[in-house]
Structures are given as structure tokens and as C-alpha cells.
Design a protein around this ligand. Structure first.
Ligand code: ADP
Ligand code: MG
Length: 633
């Protein structure tokens, strides 16, 4: 699974003096140390560690949901409750025993309890997600509070679940004939499940679907344009986090051997969110760190605070609140990045071996057959867009053929970017029709446009700044690969992933950014970031390419390289529609030019025709614009 060690190669010999421990080795050492010490730890420590493991499992789901996916849930404890109650009920209820017949009371039943918990949680989380995840801003967290409370009260008020008293007599788990009645034995299972979950989530994030998940927070519009169904990904992420919580609840019920509603109330849901956020919003190990810190702190505070204040009460919640404020002020990304930085002195970062060096990837990405030159690719028929009283696009008609570069120019505010959004499905026209290779597309989402071979860049660059250039570009090839969440978690997607990475690197090379492939996108200049967007669009193997001001911020030589690249793409048969203010760039490159003013087409033709058009001259020379056509001459 791991890349072959390169420590003996001459290139890394220079680092011989540096510590050789990698994060992976360090993790393994910690796990082995914990495993070796497990038999000798005091009972109390084992109990605390088991609790930490159970919390960390829920927090890991929240790291995915909140830290990575940007969806805040206060209601996670309710899903833990579902997992716990499902197994407690099926293991103890006479009704369930009646249904189960011969196997009632056997070691199999707790596993049916797990299945029941997962199925119920899946159904409920999917239904809740479908309703609440459409909400934006503060409404989503508020809604999670609402259903967190409802589920808690439901558990406490259902007669057959024992009401406030709950259910006692939950049997221990039995695995392969071994009873896990002792906390020490069950703790091993808890930590094994946690580590397995962390491994699977880590794999998921390091995959095609993982890149789509990372785009959910702040990059949804862009991701949709790359073909990602972001609403569906949000629901799946929500369900995944809920299922992890349910598994934690299942283990909890068989650890405590009884359940009652108290551990699943809103307070605990909030604590779980604390853990994920304090530990490290977007870092999986932050879940373990957060669960450890909060659990230990809670133990201590519950001892100290009542003595200090002279009365008992849930004062630790107050302290947690203050702690959360402090941590979020000082460590916006949680404590894990800080800890990782401190440890980094002893840890050698793993250099990801570029896939390009590996043997030819076994998997093939989907290939698009480009239409013959001259084929009508894109057609806008009388497209209009009104924003309230403002007519941003007024009856715009135009066409784009395979093998041509069509430029759209016009003063600022003329409606060029609005038109791009109309013809790429980002926004729907108020009237008119957009066709891709003859198919009517108006009203369809932008991912449908992407699937029909439309690639685009954005005037205001939309990249995942913290992620590397190659990851950003690979997102552009999302639709050319198939492997889903489960395959990614189990690492069955490696061949396809290598093919995606190879394709991304190829496009980055082609766009002249080879040296920056592994740097975070945000550290590039704005001009370079625009080129990254072009590479990302090309990774999708588009037949239509929409570029919104691609040359802005580029230096002279970079502009020339971009010109050459676009010329080459045209020769390959792409249809390219480009909005650009640099008139020299446009006039030398475009086959046809359409001029917009106040949302209306005022001229269309070859560069020479447009430059000679009196209305265009008036629009440019008459206004106070600095984009004089004279530039081009
Ligand atoms: P360009 O890209 O040619 O500079 P835009 O398409 O960005 O122009 O904008 C055209 C006009 O539409 C501008 O007057 C702008 O203020 C307005 N506009 C653009 N988007 C919106 C929106 N979402 N809501 C309201 N007005 C908008
Ligand atoms: Mg614009």
C-alpha cells in the first residue's frame, strides 16, 4: 500500500541528518504502544480511553460534516441514541424475541441490533438531510438543534423503550465465541473500529469523491460546474456522519449494558461538536485530540468545579463555552494543526510520488470524441436575464462552432459574466434558450452542461486555495471517472485515482505550471491561478471552453504562452468563447468577436469588421473606458 521507501536514493541522501520518522510510522508507533500497554493500564484509564474512542468516532463524523463539508450539526447525539436504542430494544424486547424466534437470545442478536440501528439511522438521516440540508446560513444548525431535541424527547417518551428509565439487561457483545463483557476487551473493539473508521475516512478524503467533498464548503458553485452533484454529496456526508454516530451508540449500549435518554441529549450533541471543532475542524486526528481533551477536561471539571463553587450543576458546560471561544479566537482551525506543527520537527513529511513517474496507469478515464471542426456546439437564442429592474442580458443570440475562438467584449458591466452564467447553467435565463450540440439546456443544472462537454473558468477565481494545484485540476476530471465513496474508503480506486492524477499533471504541464503542481493553489499569483482554472477545465476534456478574462493578471510572456495554448486547442477542434479586456490579445486570437453594451449585442464579426464598426468605436471611445481599440493597432 505504501510507496516504496526512497530514503536510500541519492536525491534524499542530503536529508540523512533529518529524522526519518514519517507521520505514518509515528501513527503506527502510537497504536502499537497503546496496544502493548492496554493489558497493564488501570481499569479507570481503560474506561476513560473507551469513552474517548466512542466520542472520537462521533467527532470524526463531525469533522467530515462540519470541518470538511461546512455543515454544522448540534444533533449528532440523537443518532448515537438511535444506534444504542436499536440494539438495546432488539436484544431485550419480548416483541423482538417473538419475531426472531429461534435465534432470540443468541450472540447473533447484537449484530442484528447493529444492522437495525444502521438501517434506521440511514433512513432517518437521509430524510432529515433531504429536508434540512436545503437550508443555508444559520437555519441548518438551528434545524439540527430542533430535531436533536425532538429525537431526545421521543426516546424518553416511548413506552416500549422504557421511557426515562430506559432499557436494562443489554447483553455483552460476543465476537468469534469470545465474550466482550469486560470493558478492557470491548475497548479493543472500540479502538479498532475507530482506527478503521479513521483509515476509511482518510482514504475517502484522498480520492475523487474526497475532492468533491472538500468543495462543499465554499466551492459548491464551482464543483457543480465540474459535474459534481453537491446536494447529493451533502446528504451522503450527513448520512455518513450519522452512521458513525450510530455505530458509536451501538458499542456504547453494549459497554454500559443499559441505555437511557440522558447521554443523548442536546448538551452532549454540543459537546461532540466542541470536540470536532476544538480538535481540528478539518483534520481527522483532530477528532481524537478533541475527544481526548474534552473528555479529560470534563472529568477534572466535574471534580473541581463543585468544590470550587460550593454547589453542583453542569458548570462544565459554561467552561466549555468559554474554552470554545478562546480556541476559535486563537486557533481557527482547531488545535490539531498547532500540535502537528510542534511535532513536525521530528517528522519527515511524506513526499507524494508523482503518479506520472509510475508505470502507465491501468485504468482509463472516459474519453470524449470531439465533434468535427465547424460543428455547431453552442447556440444562444434570444437569451435575456433580468435582475429586478436591471436587464443584464437583452435578447442575446450567438453561436460557437468547433474549431473557432469567439471573443465576447464590452465595457465593464455590459453583461458578459452574466451571459457566461446563462450559457453554462450556473444561472437560468429569464427567457430564451441555450443549446449544446442542438440539445435544449435551459433550466438544467450546470453539472448537466459539464456532462455535455462544457468546461469553464470563472472571472473571480474559484479554487480550493488550501489544496494543491494538482488536486484542484483533478476535480475538473470528476466526470471522467466512476469510483464512488465505498470504493474510495476501501482503496479500491487506486488505479483510477492514478489515472486522474496523471491526467491532471498532464494538463498542468501543458498549461506551463508543471513546477507548481504540488503547491497550494492559494500561494500562486492571481494570473497563475487563472491558468490553473484553465487546466482544470481542460482536465474535463471539454468540447466547449468558456474563459472569463483568462489573461487578466498575466505578464507579457505568459499571455503569449496562453495565446499559443488557445491556438493549439482551436486546432484540436475545441470551440472557445473568451471574455477578455486585453484588446491586443483578443484581436490577434479571435476568429469572431461579439460586442456587448448595456446587455445588448451592438456588433458581431471578424476582428477587422468589429474594429471598423462605428457603434463599437463610439461605445469604446465615447465612454471613459481605458480599453481603447487603438491598443490593438
Ligand atoms: P461584465 O462581466 O460584462 O462586467 P456582469 O455580467 O458582471 O458584467 O454584470 C452586468 C450587470 O448585471 C451589472 O450591472 C451588474 O451589476 C448586474 N448584475 C450581475 N449579477 C447580478 C446579480 N446577481 N444581481 C443583480 N445584478 C447583477
Ligand atoms: Mg465580468
Amino acid at each position: 500500500m505504501s510507496a516504496p521507501s526512497t530514503s536510500s536514493s541519492p536525491a534524499t541522501a542530503a536529508h540523512a541528518g533529518r529524522p526519518l520518522v514519517t507521520p505514518r510510522t509515528l501513527t503506527l508507533v502510537c497504536i502499537v504502544a497503546l496496544a502493548l500497554a492496554w493489558g497493564w493500564l488501570p481499569d479507570f484509564t481503560v474506561a476513560v480511553l473507551s469513552n474517548i474512542g466512542l466520542y472520537a468516532l462521533v467527532a470524526a463524523g463531525l469533522v467530515m460534516l462540519t470541518g470538511v463539508g461546512g455543515m454544522t450539526s448540534f444533533g449528532q447525539a440523537a443518532f448515537v441514541g438511535m444506534g444504542a436504542y436499536a440494539t438495546a430494544w432488539i436484544c431485550t424486547s419480548p416483541t423482538a424475541a417473538g419475531w426472531l424466534g429461534g435465534i432470540a437470545g443468541s450472540a447473533l442478536v447484537p449484530w442484528l441490533g447493529l444492522l437495525l440501528g444502521l438501517v434506521l439511522t440511514f433512513a432517518l438521516a437521509w430524510a432529515l438531510g433531504a429536508v434540512t440540508l436545503k437550508l443555508s446560513g444559520h437555519y441548518l444548525p438551528l434545524c439540527t438543534i430542533a430535531w436533536g431535541l425532538s429525537l431526545y424527547f421521543l426516546l424518553g417518551n416511548m413506552e416500549f423503550l422504557g421511557g426515562q428509565t430506559g432499557i436494562t439487561g443489554v447483553p455483552p457483545l460476543v465476537v468469534a465465541g469470545i465474550s466482550l463483557a469486560s470493558p478492557r476487551a470491548l475497548g479493543v473493539v472500540i479502538w479498532a473500529v475507530l482506527l478503521l473508521a479513521l483509515w476509511a475516512l482518510h482514504n475517502l478524503l484522498d480520492s475523487r469523491e474526497g475532492r468533491a467533498i472538500r468543495a462543499l464548503k465554499g466551492g459548491r458553485l464551482m464543483a457543480e460546474s465540474m459535474g459534481v452533484d453537491t446536494a447529493r454529496h451533502r446528504i451522503k456526508l450527513f448520512v455518513l456522519a450519522a452512521l458513525l454516530a450510530a455505530v458509536s451508540g451501538w458499542l456504547y449500549a453494549h459497554m454500559q449494558r443499559f441505555v437511557n435518554p440522558t447521554p443523548f441529549n442536546l448538551n452532549i450533541g454540543i459537546e461532540m461538536l466542541f470536540m470536532a471543532v476544538v480538535g481540528g475542524a478539518g483534520h481527522l486526528w483532530g477528532a481524537v485530540l478533541g475527544a481526548t481533551l474534552i473528555t479529560l477536561l470534563k472529568e477534572k471539571l466535574q471534580d473541581i468545579l463543585p468544590a470550587l463553587l460550593g454547589t453542583s450543576g453542569n458548570f462544565e458546560v459554561v467552561v466549555f463555552g468559554l474554552l470554545m471561544l478562546f480556541v476559535l479566537q486563537r486557533f481557527a482551525d482547531g488545535l490539531w494543526p498547532t500540535l502537528a506543527r510542534l511535532v513536525s520537527r521530528w517528522v519527515r513529511p511524506v513526499a507524494k510520488a508523482p503518479a506520472a513517474n509510475a508505470a502507465a496507469p491501468a485504468a482509463q478515464l472516459a474519453q470524449r470524441v470531439l465533434p468535427a471542426a465547424g460543428t455547431l456546439l453552442l447556440q444562444a437564442d434570444a437569451v435575456s436575464k433580468r435582475f429586478g429592474g436591471l436587464i443584464a442580458n437583452n435578447d442575446i443570440s450567438m453561436t460557437l462552432k468547433a474549431g473557432e475562438i469567439h471573443a465576447l467584449i464590452g465595457p465593464n458591466g455590459a453583461g458578459k459574466s452574466t451571459f457566461f452564467n446563462m450559457i453554462s447553467g450556473v444561472d437560468d435565463p429569464s427567457s430564451g434558450q441555450v443549446r449544446l450540440e442542438g440539445d435544449a439546456m435551459s433550466g438544467r443544472p450546470s453539472r448537466a452542461f459539464a456532462a455535455r462537454g462544457l468546461g469553464r473558468t470563472f472571472q473571480h477565481v474559484r479554487l480550493l486555495g488550501q489544496r494543491s494545484v494538482v488536486e484542484n485540476v483533478a476535480l475538473g476530471a470528476h466526470l471522467r471517472a466512476r469510483r464512488g465513496w465505498l470504493a474510495a474508503m476501501l482503496r479500491l480506486d487506486r488505479a483510477e485515482e492514478a489515472a486522474l492524477m496523471a491526467e491532471a499533471r498532464k494538463q498542468i504541464e501543458r498549461c506551463g505550471l508543471g513546477a507548481h503542481a504540488d503547491t497550494p493553489a492559494a500561494s500562486l499569483s492571481l494570473g497563475q491561478q487563472r491558468v490553473v482554472e484553465i487546466a482544470r477545465a481542460l482536465a474535463g476534456q471539454p468540447s466547449v471552453l468558456l474563459l472569463d478574462e483568462p489573461a487578466a493578471g498575466l505578464r507579457h510572456l505568459e499571455k503569449r504562452a496562453l495565446s499559443e495554448l488557445l491556438g493549439q486547442l482551436r486546432a484540436e477542434g475545441l470551440g472557445i468563447l473568451v471574455v477578455e479586456h486585453d484588446m491586443e490579445f483578443v484581436m490577434n486570437l479571435a476568429d469572431r468577436i461579439t460586442v456587448l453594451e448595456f446587455g445588448t449585442v451592438i456588433a458581431t464579426g471578424t476582428p477587422a469588421e468589429v474594429q471598423a464598426n462605428p457603434r463599437v468605436l463610439e461605445a469604446y471611445l465615447g465612454g471613459a473606458d481605458d480599453e481603447l481599440l487603438e491598443d490593438a493597432r
